[in-house]
Design a protein around this ligand. Structure first.
Ligand code: NAD
Ligand code: DAU
Length: 339
């Protein structure tokens, strides 16, 4: 197979590239990435040594560049990770989210349609379902849960999902969608909860917890997500949505305290700060469909995954230090000072 992976210089896309190069050594993987603030070529350094891998710097909204790549490469499949992915940034500045997440998806779908019979997989998110109340632990997101978005980010992802389903029904593009819960693991950009807390705790800096820290996320180790996408790409039914998640719900404060305890820091570092506007309360995935149809289940426990993740950040300081010492400092100031 010759697979186009978009957004592969980011967190999940890069993990997926490494997973696929190892699992299917005969496959060719081409990555297109714009290298926004969240993309990092250093992350793909080892992949570049593999002759079955090619990196192409480009924007998925650039129709000419995308079509050119499809013509040159003759892809069998596309896996679209490329997105603006951070909820807080979408609240600050929604426009780029609409451009990349919706219009970029449309360009890729058009290319899949134009160049014929190309399998298209859209990496979506559980955030398209909105949130669940804390006092109803019996409720979970299923694939039938109505779309009900809260942030400009989730609205843009939901729009992209709807476009994908429209291209399946109207043009017969063989589309699948996965809606996954919160990932964690290596190469996670430092502005997201888990890496931010690890890095701040290492520096003995304040740990900014939004609101009361009681919001719940369903954490999934990134490799388990990559396995799910590989299974869907090969065995998922076109036109179908698959929820991917771990039955691994934790409040934010539990996660932060776990990191503090692994790193031997003091809980006095925790600082409760002004909440995120429109902050979703609880996400929880019911993965029955993907388990029954494709035999997928989350293999890494949170206990195991969070230790592996902290170890990775301890052993790969060069990777995140170059990020947090750059433009990221301005972002951090803007987002957290006086909060
Ligand atoms: P990320 O922000 O770490 O990486 C996004 C990548 O996309 C970056 O490399 C960036 O340079 C690239 N990119 C952005 N705009 C682009 C454009 N216009 N053209 C080409 N490349 C562009 O994101 P992530 O956390 O790895 O998320 C990947 C995908 O998975 C996203 O679609 C996101 O919505 C989805 N998702 C993420 C999570 C999570 O927990 N992180 C969970 C569920 C779904
Ligand atoms: O559910 C899947 C989604 O998970 C993906 O679609 C998104 O791309 C991904 O970024 C993630 O979204 P969240 O908003 O859940 O992730 P984030 O790491 O930004 O925040 C996780 C929780 O932690 C959330 O409840 C907000 C809280 N938080 C976050 C930060 C950065 C804090 O309390 N303090 C912080 O400093």
């Amino acid at each position: 197979m010759n697979i186009l992976v978009t957004g592969g210089a980011g967190f999940i896309g890069s993990n997926f590239i490494y997973y696929m190069l190892q699992k299917h050594p005969q496959y060719r993987i081409v990555c297109i990435d714009k290298l926004t603030y969240a993309g990092n070529l250093e992350t793909l350094r080892k992949a570049m040594e593999n002759e079955n891998f090619r990196f192409f710097k480009g924007d998925i909204t650039d129709r000419k560049a995308v079509y050119g790549l499809f013509e040159e490469e003759g892809f069998d499949a596309v896996v679209n990770f490329a997105a603006e992915s951070h909820v807080d940034r979408s609240i600050e500045e929604p426009e780029v989210f609409l451009r990349t997440n919706i219009l970029g998806t449309q360009v890729l779908l058009d290319a899949a349609k134009k160049y014929g019979n190309i399998r298209y997989h859209q990496v979506s998110t559980d955030e398209v379902y909105g949130d669940l109340p804390l006092d109803r632990p019996d409720l979970f997101f299923t694939e039938e849960t109505p779309i009900h978005t809260s942030s400009p980010y989730s609205a843009s992802k939901a729009s992209a999902d709807l476009l994908c389903m429209a291209y399946y029904r109207t043009y017969g593009v063989p589309v699948t969608i996965s809606r996954c819960s919160n990932n964690y693991g290596p190469y996670h950009f430092p502005e997201k909860l888990i890496p931010l807390m690890i890095i701040n705790a290492l520096h003995k800096k304040e740990l900014p917890v939004y609101g009361e820290g009681l919001n719940v996320r369903d954490w999934l180790y990134v490799e388990d997500h990559c396995k799910a996408i590989d299974l869907i790409l090969h065995g998922g039914r076109p036109g179908e949505v698959y929820n991917v998640g771990g039955h691994n719900e934790k409040t934010n404060i539990e996660v932060v305290k776990k990191i503090i305890s692994i790193l031997g820091r003091d809980e006095s570092l925790i600082k409760y700060v002004t909440d995120r506007p429109g902050h979703d309360m609880r996400y929880a995935i019911d993965p029955t469909k993907i388990t029954n149809e494709l035999g997928w289940y989350p293999e890494t426990t949170f206990e195991e995954g969070i230790k592996k993740t902290v170890d990775w950040y301890l052993s790969n300081k060069h990777w995140w230090e170059s990020i947090v010492n750059g433009e990221y400092m301005n972002y951090y100031e803007r987002m957290y000072s006086g909060r």
